[in-house]
Ligand binder design. Structure first.
Ligand SMILES: [Ca+2]
Length: 261
């Protein structure tokens, strides 16, 4: 790309794209609107707002491509990571180098994440599983994994983390719509994927019948809901999920085995 030498001017030209003109040619735009109105504020009262939202999102993605990640972590960033992960500062710097090596633009897209995950776990339905894991890594729901999110996810799932910490993190794998509550359907869908994925990865479970394992796991998950209250409970908070998992040996071993085992 010829623009590569001056990324800033490229992003500016994206901001002043001919898009608003084409919308005005569609006639109903109020001429009193100032030219500084944002895409979303202009489009909110228009029937094509879905399309404009998409265009805006794509612009954001393109702009991010042009903003390169700092080559070195700041002292402050390292300090934050020392507090939020169980890595040493040397580990953090090493992981940062590896991360930038694979993702020079400073973040990992869903596609890149799936590719790396698949190369690590070639057997089984890694695609579906990795899609759910991606959601848990992507803490701010930006649809990309920044280095800080990557390292926090790595730390949460490492053997050095306590089973409770792992369960806190796994809660986000189950929370498909991200509303902070788990429904029965979310739990049934994700536990099914996790059991099948685990079975493909683990030699211990090879002799077990996968259908039976899935059925047992689903049964345990539903029992968790039923045990929460005498009323028929249809959602679980994070605290209820963690408590329920800890009380069920099969589920806790499946989701968050303690490092001693
Ligand atoms: Ca993110």
């Amino acid at each position: 790309m010829a623009e590569r030498s001056s990324p800033q001017s490229s992003t500016e030209s994206l901001n002043s794209s001919p898009l608003p003109k084409s919308r005005q040619s569609n006639s109903t735009i109020d001429s009193r609107r100032s030219s500084s109105s944002t895409l979303s504020s202009i489009s909110s009262d228009r029937k094509h707002s879905g399309l404009f939202d998409k265009i805006e999102t794509n612009f954001q993605k393109v702009k991010r491509r042009f903003s390169h990640a700092p080559k070195q972590l700041s002292e402050k960033e390292i300090e934050i990571l020392l507090k939020t992960t169980n890595f040493s500062s040397e580990d953090i710097v090493t992981w940062h180098g590896k991360f930038l090596n694979d993702c020079p633009h400073g973040y990992m897209t869903r596609k890149e994440f799936l590719k790396i995950y698949k190369s690590l776990c070639p057997t089984g339905n890694a695609d579906t599983f990795a899609g759910h894991i991606f959601r848990a890594f992507d803490l701010d729901r930006s649809n990309t994994i920044e280095f800080r999110e990557f390292l926090i996810g790595l730390s949460m799932t490492s053997s050095a983390s306590s089973p409770t910490t792992k369960l806190e993190w796994i809660f986000h794998v189950f929370d498909i719509d991200g509303n902070g509550l788990l429904t029965r359907d979310e739990c049934l869908e994700v536990i099914n994927i996790i059991v099948r994925f685990n079975q493909n990865q683990s030699s211990d479970l090879e002799s077990s019948d996968p259908e039976q394992l899935v059925a047992s796991a689903k049964h345990s998950m539903m029992r968790m809901f039923d045990n929460i209250s005498s009323d028929r409970c249809n959602t679980l908070s994070m605290a209820q999920f963690i408590e329920g998992c800890q009380k069920d040996e099969f589920i806790s071993q499946l989701l968050a085995p303690s490092s001693g085992n």
